[in-house]
Write a protein that binds this ligand. Structure first.
Ligand code: FNR
Length: 355
């Protein structure tokens, strides 16, 4: 009989057992001392839920609109790179599971499946494209065009990665893609992160980013991107109000409050602690985490690592349905029949309630 996995933490423990060490380390790592990594999850425990009772919760509706598309729950799949290291079908399996769950998937620019392969696996499912802006602007725009042509519904442009954060385990492991895999959206071995050499003694991905990704980016490049696509553009990686304001001035269609799963600048706050009326990712592991993020103003949340743990053992569908069940139960026990009833009054910090 297969092992019964009852929470995301169980999937993580099993993934640690089944994945090669360098792969698990790459998926798991945060930057530097990993202070923010710990805080991303700990932040959720700093809030208590204050449920209402006797509210007829026999029918609970989890559906929500994200960028104009109705999805079945406010839990979406975030962009995580190189998913074929977790499972031979990688992103195409994630796309099938996401569609079956009736939610949306953000595909990483650094996927090990092409934009088009993922579209054909997703059928008519909801897909968004995560974009890194390369030094080569034509190459960058070709990714956007391909996403448009394949019917992706938005571009999430990552703005927190002028260089790769220092993930110590990746440096120790001299992290590279296994030789049978590449970032298939790119033609040359250099851009597909599949060169046999040239990464020295460092994290291969850190070397790749320094070579290919543009550290000169500023807000005018977001305006440039907006001008060059008819798709909504969401900036992924904003942590400050000033930058949220800049984003609005530059015409973006949404903001994803993210610290890149604590993989870029260590010492930044947990995403839950800087949340406003937007989307959030970082540290979401339980249905109650989703409920807390929504109560603090998020429209929807994105899962990073939990999807990878699902891919590595028993399936992404199981993880998405687990999150749906947990959110459904949390909403019912909190006395909320729809997301419209989830608001700030549902949640308080213990230090403000114990006095
Ligand atoms: C990521 N993330 C990420 N973000 C992005 O914009 N492009 C990418 O290619 C990747 N790749 C990636 C790989 C891995 C292994 C991880 C863990 C993360 C960041 C990701 O989109 C998201 O911000 C975080 O993963 C969310 O935090 P949790 O749910 O992993 O805690």
């Amino acid at each position: 009989m297969s092992e019964k996995l009852v929470c995301v933490a169980d999937y993580e423990s099993m993934a640690k057992r089944v994945l090669p060490k360098a792969v698990f380390d790459y998926y798991c790592s945060g930057a530097d001392q990993q202070e923010t990594l710990a805080d991303n999850t700990a932040a959720f425990s700093r809030w208590h839920l204050f449920p209402r009772v006797l509210r007829d919760v026999s029918r609970v509706d989890l559906s929500v609109s994200v960028l104009g598309q109705r999805i079945s729950m406010p839990v979406c799949v975030g962009a995580t790179a190189m998913q074929r290291m977790a499972h031979p079908d990688g992103e195409t399996a994630t796309a099938r599971a996401t569609r079956a769950a009736g939610t949306g998937m953000m595909l990483s620019s650094w996927a090990t499946s092409t934009i088009e392969e993922v579209r054909s696996s997703a059928g008519d499912g909801l897909l968004w494209m995560q974009l890194y802006i390369y030094k080569d602007r034509d190459l960058t725009l070709s990714l956007v065009r391909r996403a448009e042509e394949a019917g992706y519904k938005a571009i999430f442009v990552t703005v927190d990665t002028p260089y790769l954060g220092k993930r110590r385990d990746d440096v120790r492991n001299r992290f590279k893609l296994p030789p049978h895999l590449k970032m298939t959206n790119f033609g040359s071995a250099e851009l597909a992160f599949s060169s046999a050499e040239g990464y020295g003694e460092d994290s291969g991905l850190a070397v790749y980013v320094a070579q290919a990704i543009d550290p000169t980016l500023c807000w005018e490049h977001i305006a440039w991107l907006k001008k060059n696509t008819h798709l909504p553009v969401v900036v992924k990686g904003v942590l400050r109000a000033e930058d949220a304001l800049e984003a609005l001035i530059h015409g973006v269609d949404g903001i994803l409050v993210s610290n890149h799963g604590a993989r870029q600048l260590d010492g930044v706050p947990a995403t839950l602690d800087v949340l406003s009326e937007v989307y959030l990712d970082g540290g979401v592991r339980r249905g109650t985490d989703v409920l807390k993020a929504l109560a603090l103003g998020a429209t929807a949340v994105f899962l990073g690592r939990p999807v990878l743990w699902g891919l590595a053992c028993q399936g992404v569908s199981d993880v998405l349905e687990l999150m749906r069940d947990e959110l459904h139960l949390a909403m019912s026990l909190a006395g909320c029949c729809s997301l419209a009833e989830v608001n700030r009054s549902l949640i308080r910090r213990p230090e403000f309630t114990s006095r």
